[in-house]
Design a protein around this ligand. Structure first.
Ligand SMILES: [Zn+2]
Length: 243
């Protein structure tokens, strides 16, 4: 019986409940086992993969600051490569940051030009919008975003006409498994961190997580997300490592 039980050791290490309330790695003194340096164990699972993805776009709030620089700083500090779906008009407004997305080693995708709902566009309108974003991204970021496309608001991900239109332009639509809910007005950093670590861990290998870098919640949550998932045995990959 003991032998049988040993086979069913969970493959993924759970994160301690007090991790988020303690502010993640910030309060190391109050945490006898800091999540970023878990005790070594002979039963350590092989790393499972998580893709952090960011819809890099104009903030969905009036007069809201852009948080992309802080997100890029956190990713660089913690040696994480991610995937950024870039809105064409955002790249035009933030050319220095847009260049840095690729210079930092992240995968670049297309998140449309005007951030309109894809199902509201005619086939010609969809093609014009997607191509406009592609041209802006190629000119400013210096990368071809094909075949990576993410629909604004997730609208059109199950629409055959939208998917066929994207296919004609050389794109596939790439959705997510875990919505961080960072876009909700009442979202907080600890709430986003808890949601992402718990749901990505529950999904396991290949989990794709959605963030928006303009939200305060994601800027605050990201260090805890990275440290919490690493403590749970995850390693971070770009979308092209999952495809
Ligand atoms: Zn978006």
């Amino acid at each position: 019986m003991i032998m049988l039980l040993a086979i069913f050791v969970p493959a993924i290490t759970p994160v301690k409940d007090d991790f988020f309330e303690n502010g993640g790695t910030a309060d190391v003194a109050e945490s006898p086992e800091p999540p970023e340096s878990p005790e070594p164990t002979t039963a350590r699972p092989s790393p499972w993969r998580v893709a952090l993805t960011f819809d890099v776009e104009h903030a969905d709030r009036p007069n809201h600051p852009d948080g992309t620089e802080a997100v890029l700083d956190t990713l660089a500090e913690r040696d994480v490569t991610a995937t950024h779906f870039v809105q064409g008009r955002w790249a035009q407004a933030h050319p220095v940051l847009a260049k840095r997305l690729a210079a930092d080693g992240h995968l670049i995708g297309n998140h449309s030009h005007h951030h309109a709902r894809m199902t509201w566009l005619s086939p010609e309108g969809l093609a014009r919008d997607v191509r406009a974003a592609e041209q802006a991204i190629r000119r400013i970021v210096g990368h071809d975003p094909r075949p990576w496309f993410r629909c604004p608001f997730g609208d059109g991900t199950d629409d055959p006409d939208v998917l066929a239109g994207l296919d004609r332009l050389g794109y596939r639509e790439w959705s997510w498994h875990v919505d961080s809910l960072d876009w909700q007005v009442k979202s907080t950093g600890p709430a986003v961190a808890r949601t992402v670590v718990e749901e990505a861990t529950a999904h396991g290998d290949g989990a794709v997580v959605l963030f928006h870098p303009w939200t305060n919640a994601t800027r605050r949550a990201l260090p805890q997300v990275i440290d919490g998932l690493r403590a749970a045995g995850a390693r971070f990959v770009r979308m092209d490592e999952l495809a």
